[in-house]
Design a protein around this ligand. Sequence first.
Ligand code: SF4
Ligand code: SF4
Length: 167
Amino acid sequence: MLDGAELSQNDAVIYSGLEYYLRVEEKLREFFSLVNYCGGYCYYTDGVGCCTGEFYIDANVELNRQRKSLYGGKVKRSNCDDTKPCRFHCPSSGCSLVTHRSVVCNSFVCQSFRRYLMQQYQISYDSGEMAQLLKILLRNVLKKRELDYLLNKINSWIFQVKKVDNR
Ligand code: SF4
Ligand code: SF4
């Protein structure tokens, strides 16, 4: 049986990875919403793109638990046509999750999106590498300097997009 001190120490270990993950997620969201590629250029014409299936479910149990408690397990919105399998997708506004997206939802971009980032902004984005870093971060083994490197990298992308777009 764990006493109070051990329990809070354990909690710190469990939660700190997720806390940093959410920080990186916030930065990624800022970057992707500035670029806004999926909303205007997706080669799928159904308004849903690759937001199908249950990609929102992550291997990290705590991330799933917190998402479920914040957003529910099943989302039905009267103004959204939930014909596609992802229950968090809204045709008029895209993903309805503000936080607690899975690693794949936070990191994946398709090839045409990746090409656009390079051609338009000279940003070399690697979904696989980002997914790997996010997974490591969730397991709580990313060193501080690695986390700083990741955040600085995303910040530099944000800066670059603003510069190119004169924002
Ligand atoms: S990542 Fe690519 S396929 Fe997926 S929604 Fe965006 S543009 Fe469409
Ligand atoms: S959770 Fe959001 S980003 Fe992930 S598949 Fe669903 S709508 Fe897309």
